[in-house]
Design a protein. Structure first.
Length: 607
């Protein structure tokens, strides 16, 4: 595949740190040198991946290629750290001549790139390398738009603002950078308010209709009001239930009030002969699609009765205890990172060398002129293969083993292998990472309690709704994994950033109730057609594999895959609305029985 471009970041002024002895050995003047640059790609994984397999390229056939390749040269004779200073840079575009592949082999990965006419300053001894996977996935013959952040992920970057390692930062991109209330949230709240304020309903003497009123505004016995789901799906479920229940009234005196309530419902909805409600508009604003139309999970939408009207809730407060909508982020893109010394050649290393090589060591054997670019250098190669800059979480959804399966009211839950599909995964512990995709390079975790709390307040939660990983029966599309009692249903994956050491990570599973029946969750009724949330927490000290230096005491590690075995035991802890995920205590409804961190499995790339 073609790369969009390669950008070599350089300057004509020598800026060095920590490598004086090396500098004294360099006799060439600081002049630009035209060099052909070669590097190798990382290992790829054969495991199932998040979204479609093609997004995280589970096989050679799905390889997406690279874009926005950037190379920053240094005069450092070893590993580049945050304390080193590079050449200050200008942009010089290289001429990409196409991807050159290694010789096919069952045992050896071969994924080599080769660029001609890259301009480096003499004295370069090492490179930082960054790139992103190209957004070029085709589904059923149609290209997924390159701007689709929900599909490909999104990553904030600062390396265009400064190329010193200490200045380079990557991070999760917020889905909604503001907590401002959207037009659809306002319309949904106004619609429910109009129903609640039906003339005579709040003051009726009819005991059944009075009870329905108090239930509709979610008033507690103490007189305060509960936070309720504010998504389009939740609002539709509320009014559909109300439309059916008011019709069961048995007193003739209440008939006029029943008619008025139903009229208020149909002011923003259509109701078919079976009582099925479909939302329409309110003051020309659609009542459908919220908050998915802005990329947020349904559980992020909340509202609350204030005594006279429903009010959308978008921020964490003591009274609401919900997760602020600006805390949800896209999964990171598939990013690449390299930190390597170089080997050079005074000859042009032709692409035939790459085509006949079986390993990267075979390629490096052609570079024998040294480890410093001089005025006589014609070719250079990065010694260390490029890595993935991100980590990956693989969630293995385990089968239901608890019988009977109960809700929060200790009632038996309707259960079938197609009733409760897993529709998204939410992962905590996400902060900006540094030039090497590790959070420790950005800011060590504070030691004081006050500073630690402030740091925690900056945490974001990845929301990944692209979990369709099971082929539908007809093979034409993908379907969701569902909770099953007959066996394990497989795994779905997402990309994440490395987490801090010794810090727990929350994981939230989003399910949809397709059972056709409601059940009682921890914070209220979960109606048919609505989403609900099961929360788990992972302690890095409980990993089931041997801890290594690379993944010591942390849940996610850059360039590694972490696998969770996740089991749901009941719906007693099911949430309608996303609770404050930063709260120290909440109802845990998901048990992570086993988890491990491993390197991706090696596969071969041939084209």
């Amino acid at each position: 595949m073609k790369l969009d471009r390669i950008i070599v970041l350089m300057l004509g002024v020598t800026v060095l740190m920590g490598c004086t002895d090396r500098e004294e050995q360099i006799s060439d003047a600081d002049v630009p040198v035209a060099v052909s640059l070669a590097f190798s790609l990382p290992e790829l994984s054969v495991n199932r991946t998040r979204m479609a397999d093609s997004v995280v390229q589970t096989s050679a056939d799905l390889y997406r290629g690279l874009k926005d390749v950037r190379v920053i040269p240094f005069r450092v004779p070893g590993t580049i750290t945050a304390d080193h200073l590079p050449f200050v840079f200008d942009y010089t575009a290289g001429d990409e001549r196409g991807r050159v592949t290694g010789k096919p082999s069952e045992l050896t990965p071969s994924a080599f790139y080769y660029y001609q006419d890259c301009a480096f300053w003499s004295g370069t001894t090492s490179l930082l390398f960054y790139a992103r996977a190209a957004n070029t996935v085709m589904v059923n013959g149609t290209a997924i738009p390159a701007t689709d952040k929900t599909y490909y992920g999104a990553t904030t970057t600062t390396y265009l603002e400064g190329n010193s390692p200490a200045q380079i930062q990557f991070g999760p991109e917020q889905i909604s950078p503001t907590t401002a209330v959207s037009d659809r949230a306002e319309a949904l709240a106004e619609y429910l308010t109009s129903v609640a304020n039906t003339t005579g309903w709040a003051t009726t003497d009819d005991p059944k209709l009075k009870a329905l009123y108090l239930d509709f505004i979610h008033q507690h016995d103490q007189g305060d009001f509960a936070v309720i789901g504010g998504s389009s799906a939740s609002v539709r479920a509320f009014v559909e239930e109300l439309y059916a229940e008011v019709g069961k009234n048995e007193t003739a005196a209440a008939n006029a009030l029943v008619t008025a309530i139903r009229t208020a419902i149909t002011a923003g909805a259509n109701v078919d002969n079976n009582g099925r409600v479909t939302l329409t508009t309110w003051n020309d604003t659609p009542l459908t699609g919220y908050p998915s139309h802005i990329g947020l999970p349904d559980g992020a939408a909340a509202m609350q009765w204030d005594g006279s009207a429903f009010v959308p809730q978008t921020q964490t407060t003591v009274e609401t205890a919900i997760t602020s909508v600006d805390r949800f982020a896209y999964p990171p893109e598939l990013c690449y990172y390299g930190n390597s010394t170089i080997q050079t050649s005074s000859d042009d290393v032709e692409r035939t060398v790459y085509q006949s090589a079986a390993t990267w060591d075979d390629v490096l054997a052609q570079y024998t002129a040294g480890t410093v670019i001089t005025s006589g250098t014609k070719s250079a190669a990065m010694v260390t293969p490029v890595q993935y800059g991100v980590a990956r979480l693989s969630v293995r959804l385990k089968n239901i083993e608890i019988v009977p399966f109960l809700d929060a009211a200790d009632e038996l839950v309707a259960f079938d292998d197609s009733y409760y599909p897993l529709t998204a995964v939410i992962i905590g512990g996400q902060y900006p990472v540094g030039f090497d995709f590790k959070p420790e390079t950005v800011q060590p975790w504070p030691t004081t309690e006050e500073a630690s709390d402030e740091m925690t307040d900056q945490m974001l939660f990845i929301y990944d709704p692209q979990v369709r990983t099971k082929k539908a029966a007809d093979g034409s599309a993908y379907d969701y994994y569902c909770l099953s009692s007959s066996g394990d249903v497989g795994n779905t994956n997402t990309l994440v950033f490395q987490t801090y050491e010794k810090k727990n990570v929350k994981i939230v599973l989003e399910f949809e109730n397709r059972s056709g029946k409601k059940f009682m969750g921890y914070d209220g009724i979960v109606y048919p057609g609505t989403k609900f949330y099961m929360i788990g927490e992972v302690n890095p000290s409980t990993a089931t594999t041997t801890v290594t230096a690379e993944n010591k005491n942390r849940v996610f590690t850059q360039d590694y895959t972490t696998t969770f075995d996740v089991q749901v035991e009941n719906f007693k802890s099911a949430y309608n609305v996303m609770p404050d995920l930063l709260a120290p205590r909440m109802e845990i409804g998901v048990k992570v029985t086993n988890w491990e961190t491993i390197h991706p499995t090696t596969i071969e790339i041939t084209k």
